[in-house]
Design a protein around this ligand. Sequence first.
Ligand SMILES: [Cu+2]
Length: 296
Amino acid sequence: MLCLYMPETGMLPPSPHSNYYNAFNSFVMKRYFPALCFIALSAIVTSCSKDNIEPAPVAIPHQKIADGFAIGAGVKVELYARKALSTGYNTVYFALYDSISKAPIEKAQLSMLPMMDMGTMKHSAPAEQPGTAAKDRLFTGALVFTMPSGEMGSWTVEVNITNGTKQGKLILPVTIANAPAARLKSFVSKVDNAKFIVAYIEPSAPKVGVNDMEIAIFRSKSMMEFPADSSLSVALTPEMPTMGHGSPNNVDPVHITKGHYKGKVNFTMTGLWYLNLDFKAGAAISNDNTFFEVNF
Ligand SMILES: [Cu+2]
């Protein structure tokens, strides 16, 4: 349609009453039709890109989850993550700005408290607190959400900030999606009935061959206390349940720091794998029926 709208091109057809008109029209259409279409298309493309102005390039390469002001601390808080928050282990990033000057804040004391309000009761979840210094303007920590948001309840993250001598807090409502494959398991120890939470961290992008493996283990001491645990030893046995085989050259995860255990998992082919994990307290079996599914 646009291609037929000739005045756009700056060419004026002769009067429609002249005999010359039809010949002129058909000549113009045959000769210039592709060019006219191109011009019209360019106009559409140009106007589209003008209408949808691209956001200025952001310095923070993550998805913004929530923001707000920690009033007493005089700080604007922005919460980021690599993707939408979901059940399991989420690395989170905070950018802090002076609420008046807008200048980035590189040093502050920041603590997070995830809370789920389930109506009749409230509970928290494991959290790894950011350090006091930002790196590339971000304070990095982790939140381990134990349930999705929904009819059961809703999540908030309370952020307490000490900015020099000023203190303030902010409550950020967050929505937690249910991870497509379970990325959080829990068990009760056969040794002492202690409750443990195991979070899957790596491999986050599994590939055929040897992958870095990482899990984090927390003790579930109360509704509010989830200290990192380093007391267990872990044995890893990958298995392809539909094919009845495992793989060689795996490395059992060992405790590195703050409840994080690192090892290697070898996927000899694509498909559905179970990462069977046996947990021991000393020589005694704490749990031997936990596994994570990996399908790729
Ligand atoms: Cu809950």
